[in-house]
Write a protein that binds this ligand. Structure first.
Ligand SMILES: C[S@@+](CC[C@H](N)C(=O)[O-])C[C@H]1O[C@@H](n2cnc3c(N)ncnc32)[C@H](O)[C@@H]1O
Length: 261
């Protein structure tokens, strides 16, 4: 029997209301809007795997696209529904694990799929990626975030968790401890990300770093800079330096990959 994915979020947080979350969301949203304009068109069918409270889904659905959002966390879906209602937009919301829901979906049934800051906590990560690639039509787009080794090293170091440090340095996945909810996490190198997409028959369009030198909440990088404490002009400067340097791509909270089938 397929092993149930352990839930990452226990208390639903409405990330659409959090200023730091919005700073990071804007990086995703600007890229997604641009790519949908270039390659997609109007009224697209889009899948959001791990939609949470709809931080990305709701603003993109407002453009006239038709969303199916999947999340196994009921309270997050309630928040997503509330946020959809608030802007008068409809979407299909499915309360299931991403893999369960995906495995029942037809090939090529979506114009685009996204998994933003979600599926790297699922031990079936690789199967999920395969299904995401399968359910998107040829020519369709995928928007997926990956965790980096560097992110977990900073977390483990900040918590003085030296067992985790050694594990993170040598492996690419595992159950990490303090601050990381003791659930499964996985992370990739740039080469692994590129090889994974090549094996799925997807062409990379861009890889963007999200959160090079900033963070919030318990994130150690928040000690350097927390976007929620900045004014708009400062956030603009931060974003420019955080997304400009390709050499530092793998020293970020997330790598945001846009690919085309
Ligand atoms: C950090 S939130 C991100 C939500 C949204 N994608 C965003 O960017 O704002 C991660 C969400 O993914 C969901 N999630 C993670 N793994 C999942 C899985 N295997 N099946 C269903 N939902 C999952 C969690 O319940 C949570 O709501």
């Amino acid at each position: 029997m397929q092993r149930m994915a352990r839930r990452f979020t226990r208390v639903a947080v409405d990330s659409t209301k959090h200023p730091a979350e919005q700073y990071y969301a804007d990086i995703y949203l600007d890229e997604i809007r641009k790519r949908l304009d270039e390659h997609g068109g109007e009224g697209l069918k889009i899948l959001d795997a791990g939609c949470g409270s709809g931080r990305i889904m709701v603003p993109i659905a407002r453009l006239g696209h038709h969303f199916t959002g999947i999340d196994y966390h009921r309270d997050s879906l309630r928040l997503a529904q509330k946020n959809l209602d608030a802007v008068g937009v409809k979407a299909e919301l499915i309360e299931k694990s991403v893999l369960d829901a995906l495995s029942k979906m037809d090939d090529a049934s979506f114009d685009a799929a996204m998994a933003i800051e979600s599926i790297f906590v699922d031990e079936q990560y690789e199967s999920i990626l395969k299904h995401l690639a399968r359910v998107v039509r040829p020519g369709g787009l995928l928007f997926i975030t990956h965790r980096t080794r560097y992110f977990y090293l900073t977390q483990a170091l900040a918590h003085e968790h030296f067992d985790d440090l050694a594990h993170i340095a040598r492996h690419n996945s595992g159950r990490l401890r303090k601050g990381l909810h003791r659930v499964y996490h996985c992370w990739q190198t740039r080469t692994e990300i590129e090889e994974t997409y090549a094996s799925l028959g997807l062409t990379p369009l861009s890889l963007t770093g999200v959160g090079l030198c900033s963070g919030f909440g318990g994130d150690p990088l928040a000690r350097l800079c927390d976007p929620s404490t900045l004014d708009e002009g400062q956030r603009r400067v931060l974003r420019e330096i955080e997304t400009c340097d390709d050499e530092l791509l793998m020293a970020t909270r997330y790598v945001f990959a846009v690919t085309q089938k």
